[in-house]
Design a protein around this ligand. Structure first.
Ligand code: COA
Length: 159
């Protein structure tokens, strides 16, 4: 359930700024399941053509982020993580909804991603949002070596 008060949501979803990099590093420290990229990569990635980079912010700072990329009529979620103490409050849902909205408005028909097969919280999260398994990539991850599950969500087209 979204964490809302009578005054509205207690967080704000907004585009990533270069000054968010430190907050992202802190979130990643608490989210070892997420892709662990060097900090410089974040700014670079957010400048790629088709990139959608969003953060979720509460009064004390940034608590979650999502980075995705559109290529033609497909989009890939590259990274998504929420600070441990901010989980199960709907922040990842809010980020995914905002990215999905942007993608739908720019002609995306399918969103896909890879996830460690042991990452049950993320698999449950994506299943809740309509993602279904499409395959597996053998030994896709390192440290530790593990298979990736490929998940996708197709937008229903109305004709
Ligand atoms: N066990 C089972 N289901 C879980 C779960 C858990 N530990 N954590 C999230 N979910 C699923 C459930 O469907 C849950 O709904 P419910 O609370 O009604 O049961 C829903 O996701 C919660 O959604 P939301 O609150 O928006 O998710 P979140 O803000 O807690 O973020 C992750 C979910 C996966 C992004 C977060 O756990 C995280 O940052 N994990 C570490 C990084 C990571 O794995 N990233 C994904 C890489 S592909």
């Amino acid at each position: 359930m979204p964490a809302e008060t009578q005054l509205g949501p207690i967080w704000n979803v907004r585009p990533f700024r270069a000054s968010d990099a430190k907050a992202l590093a802190k979130i990643l420290q608490s989210a070892t399941e997420a892709a662990q990229w060097p900090l410089e990569s974040y700014e670079r990635m957010t400048q790629l053509p088709g990139a959608v980079a969003l953060v979720c912010e509460i009064s004390t700072g940034v608590t979650a982020f999502l980075i995705a990329r559109q290529l033609a009529d497909e989009a890939e979620v590259l990274n998504l993580a929420v600070l441990t103490e901010a989980r199960r409050q709907g922040q990842a849902t809010a980020l995914l909804a905002a990215a999905t909205h942007q993608f739908q408005n720019s002609g995306v028909l399918r969103i896909f991603l890879e996830v460690r097969e042991s990452n049950q919280p993320a698999i449950a999260f994506y299943a809740k949002h309509g993602f279904t398994p499409t395959g597996r990539r053998k030994a896709y991850y390192r440290d530790p070596v593990e298979d990736a599950l490929c998940l996708e969500m197709k937008f229903s087209t109305t004709t």
